[in-house]
Every structure is written in C-alpha cells, then in structure tokens.
Design a protein around this ligand. Structure first.
Ligand code: GUN
Length: 297
C-alpha cells in the first residue's frame, strides 16, 4: 500500500480563498479592512522570510498588514510599548510578535502583554486556558491547521487513538487539547518517552512535532494510520554544500504503511499562514461585534 498524500498546499489555498471572500464581506459591513500587525525584532533570516510571507498573504486576502520591524537591540520596555500601542489601535484586529525574540527579551512577558482578543497566535495563557476548558478563543495556527487536515481526511475523529509526539506550547500541547475536544484518546509522547515506537504503533492518528529529522520510522506506524508531519528540519543534501528540508517522519518507509501522510514540504507548512489569516478574520468580526457563523471558515 502507498499512502495518499495530504495536500496541505491545496487545502491552504482553498482556506485562503474562503478567508478572502469573508474579508471582503467584513469590509462591506464594517467600513474598514480587517488588520494584522506583525512585529519583528532583529534580523534573523528565517524570521524575515516568514514575516515577509505573512505580510504578502495578508494583503492578498484583502486585509491590512501593519509591519513593525525593530532593531535587534530594542529594549523589552520599548517592545512592550509597541504591543500596548497595537492593543489600543482599533485598525489592528490581530497582533503577532514573531518568535524567537532576542535573548535579552522575556518572550512570556511580551506574549502576556498582547490583548487576548487580538492574540491570533493563540499563545496568551488566557487563550491556552480557553482551549483547555472548551471556551471560544484563539488556537495556535499550526495545530489548528493539522486538525483541519485530519478532519478533512477522516471526518469524525471520535474514539480514535491519537499520539502526539512533542509537548511544546506552540504545537504539541494545543494539538493534544484539540484532539481531546474531538473525543480522541490522546497520548502525548516526547523525547523522553519509553518505548516510543510501541506507543506510536497504537495510533490511528500520529502527529509528529519533535524537531528530530526523520525520527519516526515506517515500522512504528500502524497499517492504515494517518500521519501528520509537523517537522521542518534542514539537513545536508545529496550534493555537497546543498541542504534539503525533511520532516520528523521518515517519509518513504511511513508512506508504505500509512493510509495517508502529510509530506514535508507541502503538508502542514502552507496551513500555518492560512490559519493565521483565518484567525485574524475571526478576530476582526469579533472585535467589530459582527456575526460570523462558527463553521464559516
Ligand atoms: N515563529 C515560528 N513560528 C511562529 C508562529 O507561528 N508564530 C510566531 N509568533 N512566531 C513564530
């Protein structure tokens, strides 16, 4: 058997088109565009690429993009003042502070300063708490994108065994919460888990987010399982001096056993920005006091 390829790129394009339609409807009703502010501190090349890509996608979806690029030596107080100014700005519906921040700035303090109802990353403790207790709030973009791909593939997830490998605040923990809310039986495994292969072998759904290149092997996968690979690891390529992108799953061996697999690149990656746009749209409707059907996007 060869697994079906979960085409995150195509799904993300569809989601962005739906968001674009609803963003136009928002503008007609509210008399202004929805707006996303992205704050970048320093010149990390990968972060610069992400921020540029987020800005471009935001404008393509018919929303305003406000970019704040601050020097690497920006003080914590100055960054907190920028966040406070964005909190108070009625044109800004969503605020994203690109991580990682320089070492002299306390990330948790910055996240705690973002107004929870503009926290489209879903990183504020208020939003983590809302997710944990089942109240409406903002859910981190990458795990929400993974859930959308899983539901698109499997429909009802109720009763399925899910193993999440990784326990980060950005992916592993919120992913586990989302799967619990879908009535899965959820195991959170990580780098210290004993007999990881055996734990993974029980799963109908495997979400790999450990950051270890090609760690999950095909003989760990239960035949017919659905595998979502969140890993983005740059490794040495076949040609001297070249690198290539691989996930946390050994794709070739896993694809021989799974029923469906999200590849790297082209699986989860494109979903993250699409969900960010979706969260910004939801924030805009809520901040303007306008109705948006729960299943609209
Ligand atoms: N850095 C890498 N991914 C992300 C993300 O989803 N949000 C933010 N704010 N920073 C990131």
């Amino acid at each position: 058997m060869t697994a079906a390829v979960i085409d995150g790129k195509a799904f993300a394009e569809g989601l962005r088109a739906r968001v674009g339609g609803l963003a136009a409807a928002f503008e007609a009703k509210a008399g202004r565009k929805a707006g996303l502010a992205v704050v970048l501190v320093g010149e990390d090349p990968a972060s610069q690429v992400y921020v540029r890509s987020k800005g471009k996608s935001t404008v393509e979806a018919g929303m305003n993009s406000f970019e704040h690029k601050l020097p690497a030596d920006t003080t914590e107080d100055d960054l907190l003042a920028v966040v406070a100014q964005l909190n108070a700005d009625p044109a800004v519906d969503g605020i994203l502070v690109q991580l990682p921040l320089p070492a002299h700035i306390d990330e948790q303090k910055v996240i705690a300063t973002i107004a929870p109802d503009k926290d489209v990353d879903g990183f504020h403790v208020i939003n983590a708490g809302r997710l944990a207790v089942g109240q409406p709030g903002f859910v981190p973009c990458t795990p929400l994108g993974c859930l959308m791909l899983l539901k698109d593939r499997l429909g009802d997830l109720s009763g399925l065994d899910a193993v999440v490998i990784g326990r980060s605040n950005i992916v592993g923990k919120p992913m586990a919460q989302l799967l619990i809310a879908e009535s899965c039986t959820v195991t959170v495994a990580h780098s210290r888990t004993k007999n990881l292969a055996e734990v993974v072998r029980r799963a109908d759904i495997v979400v790999a987010a450990v950051g270890r290149p090609e760690m999950v092997k095909g003989d760990w996968i239960k035949p017919g399982a659905v595998v979502i690979d969140v890993g983005i690891n740059r490794v040495a390529g076949a040609t001297e001096g070249k690198t290539r992108l691989v996930g946390d799953v050994d794709y070739a061996s896993a694809a021989a056993v799974a029923s469906a697999i999200a590849p790297v690149p082209g699986g989860v990656g494109p979903m993250t920005i699409a969900v960010l746009l979706r969260n910004t749209l939801v924030a805009a409707y809520r901040n303007a006091g306008l109705e948006l059907a729960a299943d609209a996007v």
